[in-house]
Design a binder for this molecule. Sequence first.
Ligand SMILES: Cc1ncc(COP(=O)(O)O)c(C=O)c1O
Length: 400
Amino acid sequence: MLKTLPLADRVQQLHPSPTMAIDSKAKSLIAQGKDVVNFGAGEPDFDTPENIRQAAINAINHGHTRYTAVGGIDALKAAIRERIRLDTGVEYEPDEILVSVGAKHSLYNAVMTLVNPGDGVLLPVPYWVTYPEQITLAGGVVQYVMPDPQHEGEPRPDDITKVMTAESRGLLLNSPSNPSGVVIRPSILEQIARLATEKDLWVISDEIYNRLVYDDTVHTSMAALPGMRERTVLINGVSKSYAMTGWRIGYAAGPRHIIKAMTSLQSQSTSNPSTISQYAALEALMGPQEEVDVMRREFDRRRRYIVGRINQTAGLDAANPQGAFYVWVNMAAWKNRQVGGRLIRNADDLALAWLELANVAVVPGSGFGMPDYFRMSYATSMERIETGLDRMQNLLETAQ
Ligand SMILES: Cc1ncc(COP(=O)(O)O)c(C=O)c1O
């Protein structure tokens, strides 16, 4: 009999993405014909705008179907530099930009380039599920920065210094945050920047939701703060702002020597991201920008509605998210109660009850480091949001 072939240690410590797990469970129920309202999605429900789709078709028809330079075509790099300049005020040279296969890949390249085995990487909680996995894969040690409950999820320098050790080498920041929607205010970001400079930390700043901010929130880039351009790898991409998740284009901007090493790594793993997608991303960044705001306004409408309804529901509590497209809900008041005949110990139990008994998918917070919370994505239509919230409330009303 064939013996099972052994796997390398590094993949044995990987956990599959819990956000993908609930999403695939919801999708399999949908495939069985169940009418599931899916609040699990991490991608806009809008189609990629027409001009961008057309640019990809043109790219194919004009023969842009071969390899490009590993780090991306010059025109796209120029468009990225211009976009970053407009959004953050920071200017980069072409060799300080790397285009990759989605922002997740940009992050992977950055983590693999900066983290040595044993290095401490400071990571505010709640975090996007991929960060600890990538840090661990690089042999790094995740140093979880717990938020002070009084600061509504905004990480503060004091929270960071509490867990910092002599091994701490870097900080991974994500503002606007997935899952909490928190946008770190400029004054706090400045304090964090000062700490990073004092302690000689690098910062990977994942700003992929920078154009999805609400009310009068202003997003500040870490790279724009004094002294930070030299120690920051800025991550962004077209997936979220332009409804282009499937096209797989992300990018990193940072100090030349870091980008050079990241590019070498990419040259020996994926090579260039899809040529056709690069031309589509070029159109996204250089073409008309109105669609970004149309989508943002629709997200904003849904955000207000969900937060309002959640906060009218007994035992659920959500802060007003200032960015991204997620509402982060505290369900602690439901712990140790019976819902639909089931004992609820944490958000995992509640999410499973909603999925199996009410056909609604939300993502439990355990994968983001906070098991008493769940994440609801509002990248689904208003009508579906209303139906989903009705179902969630109805099930809770059966509680004892
Ligand atoms: C915080 C954050 N960073 C990065 C990504 C990855 O984006 P991409 O689709 O460009 O790989 C996501 C996607 O969910 C995200 O939420």
